[in-house]
Design a protein around this ligand. Structure first.
Ligand SMILES: [Zn+2]
Length: 249
């Protein structure tokens, strides 16, 4: 799923941050060959021991509240990539997310495959979502995850024009197909542990919503997230993806 180029860029971020080169780090990152081709693209840096839980396709009024409650009890913050049209329908839930300190990102307005969309449509999908999220939370949206991971250059360019950094992932399993929570958690733990042996942080995707069904049953994904938190809480640090952005203000 990851190209070697992506790994190169994200390794660069990790090395830069690790060496304390944060001041001027953006110029440093721009010197990496991958970043000249793709621009900034955030996956996960070379910081083993750090985990970012990210949740896509919400907000989902049926399951996001339970997820927020569980994370509040555990004092863990996560990153939510929201579908704009769903956020518009659930502003109170989005505000609750933001008030709890979770990071909110843009996941397009209607979750189309942007690799197949016109430049105008891409711009509209991203702009409308950022506008809506900013109206609801009063906070600028800095991160974008393309639906289905579609990384056509025009998609990445549109995100950057709106001031957002595209964010991918490096640990995913098909939690949206609704298997048992234990199976989801075990598969993700294997990936997380493998990434750690290779020296990388884990950018973990789970789904609290569904682009097909506004109130999809996400009980297994929520339970899997709870299992991951219980398993790693003592030994690892849970972060939001902005912690890995060396160009952040
Ligand atoms: Zn999605």
């Amino acid at each position: 799923m990851l190209s070697s180029l992506t790994i190169e860029v994200t390794t660069g971020f990790g090395v830069a941050a690790g060496l304390g080169l944060v001041a001027g780090g953006c110029a440093y990152a721009a010197m990496w060959p991958g970043s000249q081709l793709f621009g900034r693209l955030l996956t996960a840096p070379a910081r083993p021991g750090e985990l970012a839980l990210t949740f896509d396709d919400g907000p989902n009024p049926a399951w996001t509240p339970q997820l927020l409650e569980m994370m509040s009890e555990q004092s863990v913050r996560a990153t939510f990539f929201l579908v704009g049209s769903r956020a518009q329908s659930e502003p109170a839930l989005v505000r609750r997310m933001a008030a709890a300190g979770h990071l909110i990102g843009n996941h397009s307005w209607g979750h189309p495959n942007l690799a197949l969309a016109s430049a105008g449509r891409i711009q509209e999908e991203l702009y409308r979502t950022s506008q809506t999220l900013e109206q609801i939370t009063g906070t600028t949206v800095r991160y974008f995850r393309p639906p289905f991971g579609a990384r056509r250059p025009e998609v990445l360019r549109a995100a950057r024009r709106l001031g957002m950094v595209p964010v991918l992932w490096n640990a995913m399993t098909s939690d949206w197909k609704n298997p048992a929570a234990e199976a989801i958690a075990e598969r993700l733990m294997r990936k997380i542990d493998r990434l750690e042996r290779r020296g990388f942080a884990a950018n973990i995707v789970l789904h609290d919503g569904s682009h097909m069904d506004a109130t999809a049953n996400r009980a297994p994904s929520v339970a899997a997230a709870a299992q991951l938190i219980t398993h790693y809480k003592e030994s690892h640090q849970f972060v939001t993806v902005d912690a890995w952005d060396i160009c952040k203000d």
